[in-house]
Design a protein around this ligand. Sequence first.
Ligand code: LHQ
Length: 271
Amino acid sequence: MSDPGAPAADRADGPSVVLAIADGVATITLNRPAALNALTIPMKERLLAALAEVHADARVRAVVLTGAGRAFCAGQDLKERLAPDPPPLDDELRLRYNPIVRAIRDLPQPVVAAVNGVAAGAGASLAFACDLRIAADTASFVLAFGRIGLVPDSGATWTLPRLVGAARASEMALLGDPVSAADALQMGLVSRVVPADALAAEAAAIAGRIAGLAPGATTATKRLLGGAFDHDLDVALAAEAAAQAAAGAHPDHAEGLAAFVEKRAPRFRGG
Ligand code: LHQ
């Protein structure tokens, strides 16, 4: 499927966003490699549609978000912004970028960003919105917004300080220097760095492990962690207790206990 009205890079390389679902794992691939997977309007709409499809599919228990070619995502397609009458920037954010970030955060399934190359501008913001980030040793993160006279967006001013702390977030946002995969690992922006040719397998393995967990408990864990910096301890303790009551009442908890005493792997059913 390709867009007749889309930029050449979309038409040449097929759909600008590819969704593949297998064994409980959805892999969403940003696919405009000739433009470093820079985001056009049709591509953002496809990404949002893919996220909605994944949200609605109870078979999917983990998601991998990655890029085709040598980049993860170079952010907004700047050439699209230079076309006559581009949409106002705030419309672009409200109608497309913000819903994508919200959709990632609201997915019941954890999302693993497999950062295969440069993640720039809103491309970095997308990675920051995910639950886990693993990177190829060739990857980098660039908050390129300032260079073109813009502010960090798509949630970066909210996610980045939570991930790396205020000091490092301020350096990245204000100076805009590329952060290598090794530095990203050191500052906790990513949790693993692997050789580039091992990234897809590593991401699939992590997502596969998540897909084997009890889905209800996994979703609740994502929610509890997602609220971690917004609540005080008492709210967090109460939220954990409520989530634990729900998880404990689910047959998957009984299955986990049975598997433990029977010394076998659990078979979680979800639902
Ligand atoms: C691109 C892009 C690109 C188009 C590489 N667009 N073609 C903004 C406005 C609207 C709404 C709200 O949000 C935002 C948020 C944002 O995302 S603003 C930030 C936008 N992104 C950037 O400023 C990054 C621009 N790109 C770069 O700085 C470099 O390309 C990076 C550092 C990503 C990679 O550098 P290189 O590895 O040296 O690759 P390159 O620059 O040679 O790019 C390869 C091709 O990809 C090239 O096309 P060409 O036809 O000349 O081979 C670039 O034009 C194209 N490309 N980024 N964002």
